[in-house]
Ligand binder design. Sequence first.
Ligand code: ADP
Ligand code: MG
Ligand code: MG
Length: 770
Amino acid sequence: VETTLDTSLPWLDGGPRAAHPPRDMGFLLDATPLEWDESLEVIRYVREHGIAQFIHLYNRIKDIEGDRLLWGDEVEYAIFKLDAERGTVKLSLRGAEILAGLQEGERSVPVGQQCNWVPEWGSWMVEGTPGMPYSGYATDLLLVEKNMRTRRARLLAALAEDEICPTLPCFPLMGVGTFTDPPARPTPGLSDSLFVPDEIINPAPRFAALVKNIKRRRGSKVDIRVPRYRDEKTPDAARPVGCPPPATLEEALEMDEVYMDAMAFGMGCCCLQVTFQARDLSESRHLYDQLAVLGPIMLALTAATPIARGVLLDTDVRWDIIAQSVDDRTPAERGVAAGGGEGGGGHAAMAGHGTKRLHKSRYETISTYICNTVIGQDGQDSSTRAALKDLGRNDLEVPMDEEAYRTLTQAGVDEVLAQHIAHLFVRDPLVIYRERVELDDERETDHFENIQSTNWQTVRWKPPPAKSDSHIGWRTEFRSMEVQLTDFENAAFTVFVVLVSRVILYFNLNFYMPISCVDCNMRRAAERDAVTQGKFCFRQSPISGASSGSHARRPPSSPTKREADLAEAVRAAASSCCGSTAGVEDLSLFEIMAGKGSFKGLVPLILTYLDLIKTDTTTLATINKYLDFVVARASGELLTPAQWMRRFVLSHPDYRHDSLVSERIAADLLAKCHRIGAGLERCPDLHGDFVVPPVLAKDAYAVNMTSGEAPGARISSSTDGLMAMHQIRLQLQTRRRRLLADATEHRARLEAAQEELRNVETQLAVLAAR
Ligand code: ADP
Ligand code: MG
Ligand code: MG
């Protein structure tokens, strides 16, 4: 899980990435995070100046127009140490070392083949993206899998002999016994966890500060609970669901729920994200809303998390684990203690004094749509926010920093966007750098980015950075997907989301449903086997003539038309109760992909779009493969990684039907996931006939067709041997072709002879009968 700041702060390393947005991982060489008590003295200042910085930025960039589509994926990777024979697997805490090697490797790579590597929360993790964003040409879709495979090859090349890098969201043995290499034990310190040692936190100060400050703000350790999968011999638990947090490891293991108590359990999860640059502000807002609806759908389709803390879960995805793992809300904010009263936590300097009720963690679904377009017209007027509420679209309570909202609207930010920003600002900054408190609000955006980048929601709306080498426009990031075992799958889902975003804009699709329905879909997405068993609220007719939710692109309609549209839209969304909203139906994932009734389905929409834009044949062939795969996943024909991993555990000879995943099982599972990811082992349950070619460490870097030095020295007995081998291979190939041709000819002659023979025998038979 990413913990980046998308700001204009200096790079840690001067790597070759001019085409990349400037970014800070908090690795400022000369900056130190404040302790929480010191933070409390400036968090109010940081929040206020964050708003001021946003306003300056916004006024400078709100009129950017005509940007082209740029986009890119992010994949998070984990590194493990495997002893297949002894059946052990540990987190390999070599992330920093491996990262340095990967970054070094990129320096000698030709432009166009570069990857970009950045640190991640865990000291066994790294994040990789393409070296520069992809463009809007359809042919760029072919580059995704290629680049992902290159990344995997480079990571493989950086591994030690006994290390593996399977791409799955969650390490199944996190928090079980001694699970790191080098070994470390949980001790009081940053996490104060019963299960995980602090050594697994990335050593850069930013990450330790995140861990400490979440705990301090909350007033206690995080309290993560996920339902346990019940099997025949799963023992009854002494401590029931909802019991108080355990004080000891023994108590923790007696709990009915799978209990976890540290940020590592969530921020140690790996995901797959896709970011798009929009034409302009308005398009980025439209995309944000539409993609938000697809968040739960894509989470369910990519489900890959059936195990945590060595126990089979009754859920299939990582999302809730992460949400709880970074939940810094005070007891009062969580609604478990009276506001401001004893035990409620809070502080006068905190956002909302730390006592305002907040229904969600910082890591959650969005609570408000941000497009201010109602019924095909930009709604700059003051009634827009209310109208969206009336429409039943924004039907959730959206807690806001009221003062921020006033400041934003007074500065001319429209109400809907002001609400979004003020909603982000109900959170406090978590890591403040001592050296970066007083800044020029007209030129810097650290404080805005500080809050923005620690609101980890299903979609993120990213304004252009204050400073960068190259032009960067308005972007929308899609964040819900789980990382898949192979680059074929990761590419298929990335390409699918890219194409959906195109189709949304091209056909002006309207997926809007009451935002409470999106939350409801999110709960459904987490359920075990949601992909085959679950139904999801979805809009029956997303192709919106002139009805509600149309994008701002169309010319403003006349006032009377507008009123009529509004009336119709209000009728259409009359009930905001999930399941009974007009036009919103419960559909299976397959129906969402392939269509039902008048709704043609996302995949046919995409294919039609590709026809209409006259996509080239080669690109189309690959896209067709991806789309066929996505549909096969949605129909249940192919398993989700979660289903497949669960079955792997359930059918493992060591499994005792007690929900526990032993180290031997986990080691076998991860070894297999690694081989599948590297294309060394086929897995028809996951991929059917789709082929995942091997990824080899040897193919990590492009080689130079050198002319070399000292030519004479190059013929040795070993090159002689090589040449002879190639010569023999060539001769054998030639002979093989000739023999094949011979065989074909003989077969044809044999068939002709047999045919003639049959003929003759028939005639003989006729004669014999006379
Ligand atoms: P985050 O802030 O989420 O960590 P990253 O900087 O890691 O974001 O990049 C997200 C993705 O966006 C990368 O794949 C990158 O290639 C891509 N990207 C870079 N510049 C742009 C741009 N101008 N528009 C869209 N995507 C971009
Ligand atoms: Mg990133
Ligand atoms: Mg990201």
